[in-house]
Design a protein around this ligand. Structure first.
Ligand SMILES: *Cc1c(COP(=O)(O)O)cnc(C)c1O
Length: 237
C-alpha cells in the first residue's frame, strides 16, 4: 500500500469514528445529526491531507495561523467546494489578508478587527461570515480567549453596522482545567442574546476532540475537530 493510501485509510477510519461520536451525542441529546457541521482542523498538517479529506466528503476545514492557512488554501484553490474557517487569534494587520481566502472568520474578538475584515471582504467582492469568539474563562483569568461576555453586544453591533460582514453566531473554547458543560451552557445563553440582535446569527461553534459530546449536548451547531481525525500535532516550539 502506498503512503497516500495508508494515510487515506487512517483519515477515513478516524473520520468515521468522529462521525459516530457526533451521531451518538445527538442520539443522547435528542438532536438530528444533520444539525451539526463538522469542521476538520488541519493546522500543522499538509495540503495533501486536505485533498484526502475532500475525497472523503469533508467540506469544512479549520485553520488557526494565517501564515500557514494562506498558502494551504491557495494550494487547494481548485477544490472549489471547500469552506475555510479561520479559528485562530487574529492580528488586526493580518485581518484583511485573512478575509481574502477565509469563508468564515470564527475568531472575531474585538472591535478593532471589524474594519480590516470588512475591507478584505470588500476587496474580495463578497460578504464574509463571522462568529464572535467569546471568552468562557473566569473573569480573573489573565489570558482570556475571546471577548468578555459583557462586551459581546457592543461587538455584535459593530459587525452589524458593516455591509461586508454577516454576523452568523458565536464561537468558544472550553476553559482549561474546568468541566466544559457549565461553560458551554453559558455560551448557549450568550448565543441566544446575540440571536436576539441578529436572527441570522444562529451558529454555535463549540467542541473539540476531547469535548464534542458536551458541546453537542449544549446546542453546538459546529464542532471543530483536529487531533481525533488528523492525529497528534507536533509539539509547538
Ligand atoms: C486546534 C483547535 C481545535 C481542534 O482541537 P483538537 O483538540 O485537536 O480537536 C479547535 N478549535 C480551535 C480554536 C483550535 O485552535
Amino acid at each position: 500500500m502506498s503512503a497516500a493510501d495508508a494515510r487515506r485509510d487512517e483519515l477515513s477510519g478516524n473520520l468515521a469514528a468522529v462521525r459516530r461520536r457526533i451521531a451518538d451525542a445527538c442520539g443522547q441529546a435528542g438532536r438530528d445529526p444533520g444539525e451539526i457541521t463538522l469542521v476538520v482542523v488541519t493546522k500543522f498538517f499538509p495540503a495533501s491531507d486536505v485533498r484526502l479529506l475532500a475525497e472523503l466528503d469533508v467540506r469544512h476545514l479549520g485553520e488557526n495561523r494565517h501564515q500557514e492557512a494562506e498558502p494551504k488554501a491557495a494550494a487547494c484553490a481548485d477544490l472549489t467546494d471547500l469552506v475555510w474557517h479561520f479559528i485562530g487569534g487574529l492580528q488586526s494587520n493580518k485581518a484583511a489578508a485573512v478575509a481574502r481566502y477565509a469563508d468564515v472568520v470564527e475568531s472575531v474578538d474585538r472591535v478593532k478587527l471589524v474594519r480590516p475584515l470588512a475591507r478584505g471582504a470588500q476587496e474580495r467582492g463578497h460578504p464574509l461570515d463571522v462568529l464572535l469568539q467569546v471568552s468562557l474563562d473566569p473573569p480573573d483569568a489573565g489570558n482570556r480567549n475571546g471577548v468578555d461576555p459583557r462586551e459581546v453586544a457592543g461587538l455584535a453591533e459593530a459587525v452589524l453596522a458593516t455591509d461586508e460582514l454577516r454576523l452568523r453566531g458565536v464561537m468558544a473554547v472550553a476553559p482549561l482545567g474546568q468541566p466544559p458543560v457549565p461553560a458551554f451552557e453559558r455560551l448557549a445563553q450568550i448565543a441566544a442574546s446575540v440571536r436576539a440582535l441578529a436572527p441570522g446569527a444562529d451558529r454555535i461553534s463549540a467542541g473539540m476532540s476531547s469535548d464534542l459530546e458536551e458541546a453537542v449536548k449544549c446546542g453546538a451547531t459546529h464542532v471543530r475537530i483536529g487531533s481525533a481525525i488528523l492525529g497528534n500535532r507536533p509539539p509547538i516550539k
